[in-house]
Design a binder for this molecule. Structure first.
Ligand SMILES: Nc1nc2c([nH]c(=O)n2[C@H]2C[C@H](O)[C@@H](COP(=O)(O)OP(=O)(O)OP(=O)(O)O)O2)c(=O)[nH]1
Length: 133
């Protein structure tokens, strides 16, 4: 199978660390976010997915596009890609793991080996810019 997943992710940094999640049954951490549903804008997807995963309300008026990154999709056949459109954004509420999420953690650049290939690109970008320590 080939193709590309179209996903929107939330980049949430605090004290040089990035909020990351691990879904049930997975062995690597992902940046919170998910797949666009038909007709959704980036903000529609971001708000819906972050509410579903973390019970947090994203404030779309504060969203800033950080970058769009593409790499091999984790846990899929070679050649399947994920294109992840990444935003920082203010929020309301305390991130709390929903049922599909086993763990919510703050990762540093030193944790790069524990994230999926597309997140390597995000980690490198944020580290170069001094935002992920
Ligand atoms: N949200 C998110 N998805 C990621 C990241 N890195 C990464 O490879 N992905 C991948 C995982 C899958 O290969 C791909 C498609 O997402 P998906 O939600 O369909 O993943 P999946 O098929 O494992 O999930 P599911 O439908 O079985 O629940 O996106 C990341 O940092 N955050």
């Amino acid at each position: 199978m080939s193709g590309t997943f179209d996903k929107v992710a939330w980049i949430h940094l605090e004290d040089g660390k990035i909020l990351s999640t691990r879904s049930r049954g997975k062995n690597v951490y992902y940046l919170p976010g998910g797949k666009r549903e038909p007709g959704e804008t980036d903000m529609d997807t971001l708000v819906r997915e972050i509410d579903e995963e973390l019970a947090v309300t994203i404030d779309p008026t504060t969203a800033t596009h950080l970058g769009t990154f593409q790499a091999q999709a984790h846990d899929h056949a070679d050649g399947v890609a994920v294109r992840m459109i990444c935003y920082t954004a203010g929020h309301h509420g305390i991130p709390t793991a929903s049922s599909e999420i086993e763990e919510v953690v703050w990762l540093a650049y030193a944790d790069r080996d524990r994230v999926s290939p597309v997140d390597h690109l995000v980690f490198d970008h944020l580290h170069r810019n001094g935002r992920l320590l």
